[in-house]
Design a protein around this ligand. Structure first.
Ligand SMILES: [Fe+2]
Length: 260
């Protein structure tokens, strides 16, 4: 199955990037620093590369999320648990340097460098608690490069892997589907491999963030990770993507449930 994540100009130009000029401590652990978005000062239109992406979707069956019986008798899906944002959401100096922010993190526009690491297709759906697809949702991901460096400032862009985009975004289609091409995350600094995720909607020109979380990979030993352990035990499984490994890449499939 091939999923075409087509970003229309109107959809993309309607997306606003909210980025605060916060001062962060890079050494802060992911689980300890969670800057508030309530104090985000500047909402700035972000130029997004408009090239059409054709991404290899996972090929896995869409996840059948077990639900709960709702008051109306319908199925109610538990919300995907929140996880800390961490200190490495890109800052203004990153966006000033990086114009390629699309869903293919393994190709940086204008660079011939290839990203180091193992390619990973990450795909799934954004759903509401009734199990309905949430179309038009902005999904953003960021993660460290294969050497454990987060690309989130102009300085780290100079220090990190020039072949890795570090951050990417896409918009869900009418079926709520999203797809990224990125790296299989690597462990760093006491953390197990994970990818940071934000989901937002644009309403009346304003960005409304629905979820900030982190996704992990099934099969990894997550027992010692203090961030995933901060999630309610009964809901931790909602943070773990199904994984299928092929000779060419890792395919991770993960559905996200938000209040929308
Ligand atoms: Fe992290």
């Amino acid at each position: 199955m091939t999923l075409q994540a087509a970003m229309t100009r109107s959809a993309l130009t309607s997306m606003l990037l909210t980025s605060s000029a916060r001062q962060l401590t890079p050494a802060a652990a992911d689980g300890l620093a969670e800057p508030s978005h309530a104090d985000a000062a500047a909402a700035q239109p972000e130029r997004i590369a408009r090239r059409r992406l054709v991404l290899a979707a996972s090929g896995l069956p869409l996840l059948a999320l077990p639900g709960l019986a709702g008051a109306s008798g319908g199925t109610t899906l538990p919300l995907t648990p929140r996880q800390s944002e961490g200190p490495f959401y890109p800052q203004q100096s990153f966006f000033a340097q990086r114009s390629d922010l699309d869903a293919d993190l393994l190709q940086v526009a204008g660079s011939n460098a290839s990203a180091r690491g193992t390619p990973m297709a990450l795909s799934g759906r954004v759903l509401n608690t009734r199990g309905e697809p949430v179309g038009g949702a902005l999904v953003e991901i960021w993660q460290c490069d294969a050497g454990g460096t987060y690309l989130y400032t102009a300085q780290t862009l100079r220090q990190g892997d020039p072949g890795f985009q570090g951050f990417g975004r896409t918009v869900t289609d009418a079926q709520g589907r999203y797809a990224f091409r990125t790296l299989r995350p690597v462990p760093y600094g006491g953390r197990v491999p994970h990818v940071h995720v934000k989901v937002a909607l644009t309403e009346r020109g304003a960005r409304r963030e629905l979820l900030t979380t982190q996704v992990y990979l099934r099969g990894d030993d997550l027992s010692g990770d203090f961030v995933i352990r901060s999630a309610p035990a009964a809901l931790r499984d909602r943070l773990i993507a199904s994984v299928q490994t092929t000779p060419a890449e890792v395919r991770a499939s993960w559905d996200i449930v938000v209040a929308a």
